[in-house]
Design a protein around this ligand. Structure first.
Ligand SMILES: C[S@@+](CC[C@H](N)C(=O)[O-])C[C@H]1O[C@@H](n2cnc3c(N)ncnc32)[C@H](O)[C@@H]1O
Length: 328
């Protein structure tokens, strides 16, 4: 066997993590051969781009996400903002602690620029993290310092990973942006071991549909990402002060601000104006660019969890999200 560069992020030649990867076609083990992953049984090969094994075509419906996360690689990272915003979101939503995660295997699905990857890696968990888009390169640029990170570019619908093998699964901000939310939701549980824990969030319907962005999305989601980003980058900083002024009005302010099509993170108390502007541009783009955005009702989520056979599950409302967590 020829071991040639590049080797996948986080891999130790003595104990290569990619030996856990499976061929998408025949499920046999893969091995590193001439800088690619090659199936030991059939002729399939999988490229390694900048040290990240790739199991999807370079282009997909999530191209806008790749663009946004590479433009905003650092914006939402706690190590960059200096605030524990991502850490609090993971720990508060899931109820997990850093102590319990240490040494456990965690599967992070749809990791974007890796704001939650960083939090999970810091606990000492063994984190397998993937995204369908080129966002994985932003994640690697920020988080490849963690030797406990295994990073790949892959889709939830076709994962090169062994089923029922992870102690923990986390998936934030993703499932509403996939073409078949029910299939996405149900597929995730296949990778959690019996007795393992999961935490998934999704935009809450019907409230999320009442947002005025849905009037513009049929047009904006068709605009190429770089062009749309240019528009958002010009307009969002102009609208943000008006939105901030409205949110400051007691009682009705938050409702009034919804009429201004710009993301406003007043509640996060970000450290300075630049951070507020960057988060606003990022999240305004994130409203208008995705090909799919399908919020879900509590009733539908309850039905799906029953159909998957989950009994220890809770569905909690946090701001505009439902958080589904429990034990498989
Ligand atoms: C709104 S972003 C959330 C990223 C990250 N979890 C966060 O909260 O910062 C949604 C992410 O889901 C990814 N995604 C969409 N469909 C996917 C799929 N089928 N498999 C894996 N990732 C997917 C997108 O590429 C994008 O990075």
């Amino acid at each position: 066997m020829t071991l040639s560069k590049p080797t996948p992020v986080g891999s130790d030649p003595e104990n290569p993590w990619y030996s856990m990867l499976r061929c998408l076609r025949c499920h046999a083990a893969l091995r590193l051969l001439h800088g690619e992953l090659a199936c030991q049984a059939c002729a399939s090969t999988y490229p390694i781009d900048d040290e990240i094994p790739r199991f999807v075509p370079q282009e997909s419906y999530a191209e806008g996400f790749g663009y946004q996360w590479n433009r905003h690689r650092l914006t939402q990272l706690d190590s960059y903002s200096g605030m524990p915003i991502s850490r609090d979101r993971v720990m508060n939503a899931s109820g997990w602690t850093a102590e319990e995660l240490r040494g456990k295997t965690v599967l992070e699905c749809g990791s974007g620029a890796g704001r939650f990857t960083e939090v999970l890696c810091e606990t000492g968990a063994i984190v397998t993290s993937f995204d369908i888009s080129s966002a994985v390169h932003a994640n690697a640029a920020s988080n490849s310092r963690f030797s406990n990170l295994r990073l790949l570019q892959a889709s939830i619908y076709d994962l090169p990973l062994p089923e029922e093998s992870f102690d923990y699964l986390i998936c934030f901000g993703v499932i509403q942006h996939t073409p078949d939310v029910e299939r996405t939701f149900k597929t995730l549980f296949r990778y959690v071991r019996p007795g393992g824990r999961f935490c998934i969030d999704v935009y809450a319907a019907p409230i999320a549909y009442l947002h005025p962005r849905h009037l513009l999305r049929p047009v904006t989601k068709r605009i190429p990402p770089a062009r749309l980003y240019g528009i958002v980058q010009k307009i969002a900083p102009k609208l943000l002060p008006l939105s901030m002024m409205l949110t400051a009005i007691p009682r009705v302010g938050a409702y009034l601000a919804r009429l201004v099509p710009v993301a406003n993170h007043r509640h996060l108390n970000l450290p300075n104006k630049k951070a507020m502007r960057d988060w606003s541009v990022l999240d305004t783009f994130d409203w208008f660019a995705p090909r799919y955005e399908r919020p879900q009702t509590r009733r539908r989520l309850q039905r799906w969890t029953k159909e998957v056979g989950l009994s220890k599950v809770s569905i909690e409302r946090h701001r505009g999200l439902y958080v589904i967590s429990g034990i498989k």
